[in-house]
Design a protein around this ligand. Structure first.
Ligand SMILES: *[C@@H]1O[C@H](CO)[C@@H](O)[C@H](O)[C@H]1NC(C)=O
Ligand SMILES: *[C@@H]1O[C@H](CO)[C@@H](O)[C@H](O)[C@H]1NC(C)=O
Ligand SMILES: *[C@@H]1O[C@H](CO)[C@@H](O)[C@H](O)[C@H]1NC(C)=O
Length: 529
């Protein structure tokens, strides 16, 4: 394929932002690079970054010529040296020579590191290369500097004569990314094209929300797993999960605050639901170490709502301006909305609704579905393992329905505290196997024991499960936990965390959008899980 006149920034139809998506290609041969760049085009990328330092053998003139000749998309040539995080370990002059060759051959973009930018520009002085835009880049693999330092860095890079400024820093905390957004917005106002990337999982929002804040481009990988820098999302996720092309300056940001959060299905569910009703929002994973610091930093009306998960649900109660009475008595908030009228944060708990109704449905199903006014939980002995946020929510909900609640927790004092608060009993976790006051008890597992990757751990042995008529697990990845499998084998009715997850997702969608949740769509999207 020969496409000599590829447009560099032609906006796609229906696009809400001008931010380009660039696929980084790391491959040992020119042949593989050709395959990858065509795949990038087929999957919807705007340009491809070829990492020349990843080639096993490299003949600059011949190879760059071949690559340019076969390009289906504009190409960015990067020849990253070891001293800037790359793989090239040879002679510097040879490296810069190769970049000059790329310019002479009509590369669309080349990347030159800030440390050698002056030297590079001196070496091409007098010559004009109309085709090529030079990206001058600076990488910080330790941290993200202050806003002032970032601002000075932009100025220094501009002063080299760069066409495009690239700054990649590292997120030590998700709050670091806010400084990059500030710089991005300032640069856009001043018409300075800026690629601003904050690496690491804590920096994921920089790679998605640069479309909202006016970044020049973002990077998306072809296959998840093959990344050229920590924290890169896949091209498919950018386009289809985060709906990247539809992001605009007025897009409202929602997200899941937690640690860990990477395996959550919430982004898929909520983004798809937003799209289905035409809601101008994006829902993104937020790996947060300190929720107080996070909420303080992202306090503008760009950030309109959050789901909250382990380990921040209890702290969230103190950080909201107002807390729904139910959430307050549970002592945990799993949904925060910024009230549009005054920007205040209102906390809710939508967890217990999903959990309790799923358990009720499970019990009714077992007793031939007669849907009476009285909850099938009334009078039952209900054992809750765990005294954290989810444990509290389930315990509170069960108590509301008239169950007699027992809390089992490894830290007995925590169990005691929750039991006292709701008017129930406490049990040390070690005694759970021998706990048998009556038959037909209900067991709810709300600890994180058994979450990926420790899927083989269990809080209760199999032989003890026969005293229960229903076992419920809050975890939904994996849907079948060891506990649930063993309960099923023991002939006990099981309710998976999936039902609870769906139930709380309905609640959150309605809280975020003010619209009724598309329930059919939710189940359809989740049917494979
Ligand atoms: C480069 O730009 C200059 C000035 O705009 C123009 O005279 C020249 O023909 C261009 N050269 C190429 C190769 O496009
Ligand atoms: C016990 O309670 C603590 C705090 O409430 C919770 O974090 C922990 O997961 C619980 N552990 C078990 C095994 O129940
Ligand atoms: C949010 O959800 C809770 C629980 O379902 C509900 O009580 C509350 O009214 C909702 N708030 C808004 C603003 O939608």
């Amino acid at each position: 394929m020969d496409c000599p006149n590829v447009l560099i920034t032609a906006p796609s139809v229906g696009r809400k932002n001008a931010t380009l998506i660039c696929v980084p290609v790391i491959a040992e041969s020119v042949e593989k690079m050709k395959i990858h760049m065509h795949k990038a085009k087929a999957e919807g990328a705007d340009l491809v970054e070829l990492r020349l330092d990843s080639l096993n053998t490299f003949d600059p003139f011949q190879d760059i010529n071949t690559l340019i000749h076969h390009r289906p998309l504009p190409l960015l040539f990067t020849y990253r040296p070891k001293w800037e995080g790359g793989m090239y370990d040879g002679d510097e002059n040879k490296r810069l020579d190769a970049l000059r060759v790329a310019m002479e051959l009509g590369a669309d973009y080349i990347d030159v590191e800030l440390k050698v930018a002056h030297q590079f520009y001196d070496s091409i002085r007098g010559k004009t290369y109309n085709q090529t835009r030079v990206v001058v880049s600076s990488h910080n693999f330790e941290l993200t500097p202050s806003t002032e330092d970032l601002s000075n860095l932009v100025a220094r890079i501009q002063a080299t004569g760069a066409d495009i400024v690239k700054i990649a820093t590292t997120a030590v905390d998700i709050a670091d990314v806010a400084r990059m957004f500030q710089i991005m917005v300032h640069s856009q106002v001043r018409h300075v094209p800026l690629i601003g990337i904050v690496m690491d999982d804590r920096g994921l929002i920089s790679r998605v929300l640069c479309a909202k804040f006016g970044g020049y481009l973002t990077f998306g990988t072809l296959e998840s797993g093959v990344v050229s820098a920590p924290g890169q999302p896949s091209l498919k996720d950018l386009l289809h999960l985060y709906n990247f092309r539809a992001l605009a300056p007025d897009t409202k940001v929602y997200g899941l605050i937690g640690k860990p959060v990477s395996h959550s299905k919430s982004p898929m569910l909520l983004n798809e639901a937003f799209k289905s009703v035409g809601f101008n929002g994006v829902y993104i994973i937020l790996l947060v170490d300190n929720i107080a610091n996070f909420l303080r930093t992202y306090s503008s009306t760009d950030f309109m709502g959050f789901s909250v998960t382990i380990p921040h649900k209890e702290t969230a109660v103190k950080l909201c301006d107002e807390v729904d009475p139910v959430a307050k008595s549970i002592g945990a908030v799993n949904c925060i909305i910024r009230r549009p009228t005054d920007g205040k944060l209102i906390g809710y708990n939508t967890d217990y609704i999903g959990a309790i109704s799923a358990i009720e449905d499970g019990l009714r199903g077992k007793h031939n579905g007669s849907s009476t006014v009285v909850s099938p939980l009334a009078g039952k002995l209900f054992v809750v393992i765990g005294a954290g946020g989810a444990g509290k929510a389930v315990a509170y909900g069960a108590k509301e329905k008239g169950a007699r609640v027992v809390i089992a927790n490894r830290t007995y004092d925590r169990a005691r505290e929750l039991a006292d608060a709701i008017g129930g009993e406490a049990l040390p976790l070690a005694d759970l196997d021998n706990f048998h006051l009556e038959d037909d008890m209900i067991l709810a597992n709300t600890t994180s024991i058994g979450m990926i990757p420790k899927v083989d751990e269990t809080p209760i042995s199999k032989h003890a499960l026969k005293h229960y008529s229903l076992v419920f697990d809050v975890v939904y990845t994996p849907k079948m936990t060891r506990l649930l499998k063993e309960a099923e084998e023991a002939g006990v009715t099981i309710v998976t965390g999936f039902e609870m997850f769906i139930g709380q997702a309905y609640g959150q969608f309605e809280n975020f959008t003010g619209l009724p949740a598309p329930k059919k769509l939710f189940r359809q999207i989740m049917k494979d899980y």
